[in-house]
Ligand binder design. Structure first.
Ligand code: ADP
Ligand code: ADP
Ligand code: MG
Length: 656
């Protein structure tokens, strides 16, 4: 085993690698950009080396800097994490030439699988089922239309060099084909500097199922079963789980055998992932192979007990795999939620800034049930989610003895997550955990579009959630304000009369309008300033996000949110007669939803625009965000031009 390795990555995956190294007694060197000088990974590593300014192209992507840092610190090997240089064959080869071990597969395997067209050919030769389509390169839009018509619509247009959900588009007709071909070609050139395109049949309502493989340098390859990653937004994974609710043992073994055959065909000698799309009928087709550790690797670790980072280190050091296929078993079920800095209520707009509060749920056994939680993160309270890198805050993972228990554990973890300062998608993740369709396992990559066709606006409040909110508001009111027995609790516009009896850390709430039904609350835990209130209601542990508002509390339980007011019955009667305040009209102003760089400004003063038309494009965190008109109208003023840097809430455009 190595005595010292260097980590050529950042954020949560760097922290994840350091954790395993500490356990194995391997010293770590963390390289970092100026933006990451105070990061958790730098703090945790044994040594740290500054390699450049924040943009990845001037730091994490520079092989020279990494090699210099290796020389300077005497590290024996480099773990590249994912992204950055992890699938760069030239980098792996350079390290090999310089006598430094690359903790990943050999460069020839990376090369063979690095490009989607080549890898598909390899897969077909190794007997792996591939998506019907055209294997060769496509010259121009006319050629593309001709081939698409042979395959039959819908057709997927893909950049051979694509990754991370970029360079992919579906065409349903001849017109969409011609247009999509040009768009993907341009996007691929911009993002990957390589505009080779190919076409394949678009599998409708498919599921994304992938096989984890692991090989050593002695010709042994095993698979560690599957992960299902069908919950995606814009072809990017959001929630992953292992095993897959679709697969039976026969299909699992068939997919595993194909993945192992492909890995063997390219002498694969590290951890890797063979991705498939699967039909609801359990047919499956090869998509691509990712020759690196995958973001969602924790769910595999949770069901197999194998530490994949440890295995990558061991095989890179030349050790033989210590287990065979028959030694691997699936134990229980695991879920992963990617917690992103984005605002789910505003079409998932990136929301970056400082984490003024970051208190993830405790790792280990859950409060309710037989589950366990794990949280992979690279940030601490007070850290900044910067616009230079991936906007992921953490990967919250849950294990349970079965799928239902794993979902419950995840829902509990999401409830007990206390994050402020940046918008985050926990309410959205919680909504999915609470949906019957998700619980029934009827997944598809179209899930989010199917279930939230108008975007995400939270879920309606269920009666049990109204009870939790009633208890919470009464408890907070009792801690701070006058204590009396009879109150009116207003949840949104609904008013319920209650009678309260308090005990040490709990209370009984009687509802006279519901036949004196009683809500029993115990172990209530909250003090002024807390943003989480936890307790047990009717025997069930829960936590709520709470925030004081002018005349009550804004309370959220999972995906349901409400303004809750605790009023004396007289005041409640007055509230009922209060005319509703019309919201202030801010729709004339188009404000920047995030800090970023103006790429294009598509309108000019006096121009008439229709709702849905593009007004401008802002780039933030490697993503182009198209700002569209939310109403019809005439443009009065345009306050920005391409190239301008803008802050969140800057007024970009004004309507007359
Ligand atoms: P895929 O969707 O191809 O299976 P993954 O889901 O495993 O890929 O995600 C890999 C992606 O993670 C990379 O394409 C990149 O956008 C992103 N990434 C790269 N480096 C980092 C990092 N240090 N921290 C977080 N995310 C990263
Ligand atoms: P990337 O390198 O960006 O991860 P993939 O080829 O893995 O690209 O595709 C990303 C996602 O797009 C898949 O997870 C799947 O949801 C969807 N997808 C890809 N190819 C097809 C296809 N032929 N039919 C249907 N969906 C597809
Ligand atoms: Mg992929």
């Amino acid at each position: 085993m190595f005595s010292k390795i260097l980590i050529a990555n950042r954020g949560e995956i760097a922290v994840r690698i350091i954790k395993t190294c500490r356990r194995l007694g391997v010293k770590t060197v963390q390289v970092y950009s100026e933006a990451d000088a105070d990061s958790l990974a730098v703090e945790m590593a044994d040594e740290a080396v500054l390699i450049g300014p924040p943009p990845a192209a001037q730091s994490y992507l520079l092989a020279d800097k990494i090699v210099d840092a290796v020389r300077q610190t005497g590290a024996e090997a480099v773990h590249p994490g994912f992204g950055f240089l992890s699938e760069n064959a030239a980098f792996a080869r350079r390290l090999r030439d310089e006598g430094i071990v690359f903790i990943g597969p050999n460069p020839e395997a990376i090369e063979a699988m690095g490009d989607k067209i080549t890898s598909k050919k390899f897969a077909a030769e190794a007997g792996v089922s591939t998506v019907p389509g055209h294997m060769g390169l496509i010259e121009d839009a006319d050629h593309a239309v001709k081939i698409a018509e042979e395959i039959g619509y819908p057709v997927m247009i893909k950049a051979s060099a694509g990754g991370g959900g970029k360079g992919i588009r579906v065409a349903w007709s001849r017109d969409e084909m011609a247009e999509g071909f040009r768009a993907v070609k341009a996007e691929a050139m911009g993002a990957f500097g390589d505009d080779r395109i190919f076409l394949e049949k678009f599998i409708e309502s498919p599921r994304h199922i992938e096989i984890q493989v692991l090989g050593d340098k002695h010709g042994h390859v095993v698979h560690l079963f599957e992960r299902e990653c069908s919950i995606q937004r814009r072809n990017q994974k959001v929630i992953e789980e292992a095993p897959s609710p679709l697969l039976d043992e026969k299909t699992r073994m068939a997919m595993g055998a194909q993945a192992v055959a492909l890995a063997k065909a390219v002498n694969y000698d590290s951890a890797g992932t063979v991705e498939f799309v699967a039909g609801q009928d359990k047919s499956f087709y090869f998509l691509e192979m990712n020759t690196r550790i995958q973001v969602e690797h924790p769910v595999t670790e949770l069901i197999t007990g194998v530490d994949l980072i440890e295995q990558m280190l061991r095989v890179a050091a030349g050790e033989k795999l210590a287990f065979a296929q028959k030694d691997l078993k699936i134990d229980g079920w695991a879920m992963e939620s990617r917690l992103y800095a984005e605002d789910p209520y505003r079409n998932f707009l990136p929301s970056i800034g400082r984490l003024s509060r970051y208190r993830p749920p405790e790792e280990g056994p859950t409060v309710s049930g037989a589950g366990r939680l794990r949280n992979d993160t690279g940030v601490r309270e007070g850290d900044e989610i910067s616009m230079f890198y991936d906007p992921m805050i953490a990967k919250l993972c849950a294990w349970g003895p079965n799928r239902e228990a794993a979902i419950d554990a995840m829902a509990e973890g999401l409830e007990r997550l206390d994050v402020e300062g940046v918008g985050h998608n926990a309410p959205f993740l919680a909504a999915v955990m609470d949906q019957d369709r998700f619980r029934s396992g009827k997944l598809a990559t179209s899930y989010i579009g199917d279930e939230f066709p108008e975007g995400f606006h939270g879920l309606p409040l269920r009666p049990d959630q109204a009870d939790l909110m009633t208890v919470a508001a009464l408890w907070m009111q009792g801690v701070r304000g006058p204590r009396r027995d009879a109150w009116s609790v207003m949840i949104g516009k609904e008013v319920r009369q209650v009678r309260v009896t308090r005990h040490a850390a709990g209370m009984t709430v009687a509802l006279p309008e519901e036949g004196d039904r009683q809500i029993q609350a115990a172990e209530l835990d909250w003090k002024p300033g807390d943003r989480l209130l936890s307790g047990v209601v009717d025997g069930r542990p829960f936590a709520l996000s709470v925030r004081r508002a002018a005349d009550g509390y804004d309370i959220r339980h999972r995906a349901a949110q409400a303004r809750v007011r605790v009023l004396s019955p007289d005041v409640a009667a007055l509230y009922a007669r209060l005319p509703e305040k019309a919201p202030v009209d801010t729709s004339r102003l188009v404000v920047s939803p995030m800090p970023g760089l103006m790429i294009t400004v598509d309108v000019a003063p006096c121009q008439e625009v229709k709702s849905g038309e593009t007004l401008c494009v802002i780039e933030a965190m490697k993503m182009q965000n198209v700002i569209k008109a939310e109403r019809d109208g005439t443009i009065k003023a345009v306050n920005v031009k391409p190239g301008d840097g803008v802050a969140a809430d800057d007024v970009l455009i004004e309507f007359a």
